[in-house]
Ligand binder design. Structure first.
Ligand SMILES: [Zn+2]
Length: 174
């Protein structure tokens, strides 16, 4: 259910190795992020962690998330639009995502990461980039679409491989 998440000691070590203090709040933010499968925004992490850490502020959560990203314990996923909030991922292994354009939620895909996919897409791409001074270290793949409400489907029963996705109510302010 929670693949490739670090344990407390590993997060503590990663922070310390980078010269960042493994404060209780930073560790609490990591624990909260690792417990959330929906790639939450900083504000969603803040709301979820506040019952356990009542004195934590949104700014502290932001800084904790960025510290975790900086040491490789978490990943920041870009926003759908420039104005939208970033989302965070506690999974350290490379994997693919599906982004719902209606709700903005991001879901992990149950597909194995293929390190050679870009080479298959264009065998000369990495070399072209290298000549221009860039070194490729990885790639991200995000499928886009939206969740089709089950009840509205015209042909039910054709979704055998569909990952179980509970409807997430967009309890954002917008
Ligand atoms: Zn993910």
């Amino acid at each position: 259910m929670t693949p490739s998440r670090l344990d407390h000691d590993a997060v503590r070590d990663a922070l310390e190795a980078a010269g960042l203090r493994p404060t209780p709040q930073r560790l609490a933010v990591y624990d909260q992020l690792a417990a959330m499968d929906e790639h939450p925004t900083a504000e969603e992490v803040f709301r979820a962690v506040r019952p356990r850490s009542p004195r934590i502020s949104l700014a502290t959560v932001y800084k904790a998330l960025e510290a975790l990203v900086a040491v490789g314990a978490a990943d920041r996923l870009g926003a759908e639009s420039a104005a939208g909030p970033a989302r965070y991922d506690a999974r350290g292994d490379r994997h693919y995502h599906f982004r719902c354009l209606r709700t903005g939620t991001i879901h992990d895909l149950p597909t194995q990461y293929d390190p050679r996919l870009i080479e298959q897409l264009d065998p000369t791409l990495a070399e072209d980039l290298r000549r221009r001074g860039f070194q490729v270290t990885g790639y991200r793949l995000e499928l886009l679409g939206f969740q089709v409400p089950g009840r509205d489907r015209e042909r039910p029963g054709e979704d055998e491989d569909e990952p179980e996705t509970e409807p997430r109510q967009g309890d954002h302010d917008a």
